[in-house]
Every structure is written in structure tokens, then in C-alpha cells.
Design a protein around this ligand. Structure first.
Ligand SMILES: [Zn+2]
Length: 300
């Protein structure tokens, strides 16, 4: 339950700057419609409690991404795909299919590197990581589509924002976008899986059905959110087929990231009061008390 407490804490911390920023927009006679990279990851989507889901699929494309697209098409659900540049180069036709089928392409860096201080010290290296993907996705995106970035491993340094916002093209991005669901596996003391993260599920050899229980319980508890999944594993599509129909049945609405109202506040120059934002960069707590010695069949 520590994870939930942390989530609430993060929300409370965020409430003040968000309100202050909104007031500023009202006062501004001529708001500039820029996006801009943020100094801290954007942890709050505003979707919790709204019965709305933004599915996000990271690290593709590869051959399994097509299976995920098949599943989404059958269920008539749109999502956002954070693609990695080196993968996109190998499967360019998959990028085109993603947009053709109504999904949003987004940027997850060229090489999926941890964007450490080394990148802040070498601005060209950082810009290349984002620009390489941008040059692949931008020509395929529809007119007016917005640009979103997610940092590999959620790893980000505040200095990166200034470097990227100095680039006239890259400053159109909102990011880094974090997630509400899909962070890690957690279980209740009596053996119910309460949340799940797909890569962890596959690592400990859980089935898609078991993994889905964690996603579904987490989504229901939060009543919506940005959901992190991956589109590159053999079980990726099976997980989608377990999770999405249940949510459709329960009346959840599915949106792309460009339909998330909370992110619109970033569509103008950043002017956070210094010091206030620092509390937001706390990484989520990993719950380590998960048993890995039990099989899928035993999990509730
Ligand atoms: Zn990733």
C-alpha cells in the first residue's frame, strides 16, 4: 500500500503549482501555444477517477507490434505508441500502419538509453536521441497531431529540458510523460495480484491472464489513467486481449495522449516557481515483497 500513499502524496504536491499555472494562463493576454519539455517527468495525467484510459505501448515497433495492432483494431480502440528509433528503422512499415489505424506515434528516444547527466554534458548527443525519432515519426503523423516524449526507464534530468527547448522543432514536445498503471507487480498479503507491469510478468513467467488481473485491479482502483504496456513481446497482444474487453464491458473510455486535457497546461512556456517542482521527481517505490516462486495458476 506504500505505492498508493506515494501516489496521493505526489498529487498533493502537484496541486499547488498546477493551480498557480492555470491562474497565470487566465491573466496572460496572449498565451503562446508552445509545448515544451518539462524539467520533471509529468507524473499526473488527470485521468484517475475519470473512467478514462490512455493505453501507451513502448519500445516498438517489432514483429509483435502488428499483433497488438490487430487486437486494438478488432476492439476499435485507439492508443499511443512510444517508438524507439533503432526499432522504427527496422520496421518503417509498422510506423505507417500505426498512424493509418488511428493511433498516435510518440517519441521514446533513438536508442533507449538512460538519459543521464552524460547527456546534459553533451547536448548534441541528447538532441540526436530525440531528433532521430522525430524525423521518422513527424512525416507520418497527421496535420495538427501533437508530439509527446517518454524517457526510457522514466529516467530524466532537469537540465535536459532547457537543452531540448532551445531546439526550435523539439520544443514542440510535451514530456516526459509518465504513467499511472503498469509500474510494477504488487500483491496483497492474502495473495491477490493488485498491480502488474508486463515486462515483470514475462520475466517471472506469468501468463497474460494472470498479468491482466494486476492491470485490471490497478485500473479499477484508480478508475482510469495512463497505462504502460509494451508492444514487443510474444505475450503483448494476449495481454491486450485480456485487459481491454473487460474495460470496454465496464464502460471505460479510451483516448490517445493528445486527448488528455491535463497535458494542455504544458502547451506554453514553462515558468514553474523554482523549488516547488523538485518534489515531483521521486521515482515510484518498488514493492519487493512479491513472491516469484508461485505459478500463474496459484495467483488470485
Ligand atoms: Zn522503454
Amino acid at each position: 500500500m506504500r505505492k498508493i500513499a506515494l501516489g496521493l502524496g505526489a498529487l498533493l504536491v502537484l496541486a499547488a503549482p498546477v493551480a498557480a499555472d492555470s491562474a497565470k494562463l487566465v491573466k496572460s493576454a496572449k498565451p503562446q501555444q508552445l509545448a515544451l519539455f518539462q524539467e520533471r517527468s509529468i507524473f499526473t495525467s488527470g485521468l484517475r477517477g475519470t473512467h478514462t484510459i490512455a493505453l501507451t505501448f513502448d519500445d516498438g515497433p517489432n514483429l509483435h507490434t502488428g499483433e497488438v495492432l490487430d487486437a486494438l483494431r478488432e476492439m476499435n480502440v485507439r492508443a499511443t505508441f512510444f517508438v524507439v528509433g533503432r526499432q522504427a528503422r527496422r520496421y518503417p512499415e509498422m510506423l505507417s500502419r500505426i498512424t493509418r489505424e488511428g493511433h498516435l506515434l510518440a517519441n521514446h528516444s533513438a536508442n533507449h538509453a538512460r538519459l543521464s547527466t552524460r547527456y546534459a554534458a553533451n547536448p548534441d548527443m541528447l538532441i540526436d536521441e530525440i531528433r532521430e525519432v522525430h524525423d521518422q515519426i513527424a512525416p507520418r503523423m497527421a496535420q495538427g497531431d501533437k508530439f509527446y516524449f517518454r524517457a526510457p526507464y522514466g529516467y530524466w534530468k532537469s537540465a535536459h529540458a532547457g537543452i531540448l527547448n532551445a531546439d526550435p522543432e523539439l520544443k514542440r514536445y510535451v514530456g516526459p510523460i509518465y504513467w499511472d498503471v503498469g509500474d510494477d507487480i504488487s500483491m496483497s498479503r492474502d495473495g491477490y495480484v493488485m498491480s502488474a507491469a508486463d515486462w515483470e510478468c514475462w520475466r517471472i513467467k506469468w501468463s497474460a491472464k494472470t498479468c491482466a488481473k494486476g492491470y485490471l485491479r490497478d485500473i479499477r482502483r484508480k478508475d482510469g489513467g495512463v497505462v504502460l504496456m509494451h508492444s514487443i513481446q510474444i505475450n503483448s497482444a494476449a495481454l491486450v486481449r485480456q485487459v481491454v474487453p473487460a474495460l470496454i464491458e465496464e464502460g471505460y473510455r479510451f483516448v490517445r495522449l493528445d486527448q488528455v486535457p491535463q497535458y494542455r497546461q504544458y502547451e506554453r512556456p514553462k515558468d514553474w516557481p523554482s523549488g516547488v517542482a523538485d518534489a515531483r521527481d521521486k521515482p515510484p517505490v518498488r514493492l519487493s515483497a512479491v513472491r516469484t516462486d508461485i505459478t500463474s495458476d496459484e495467483i488470485k
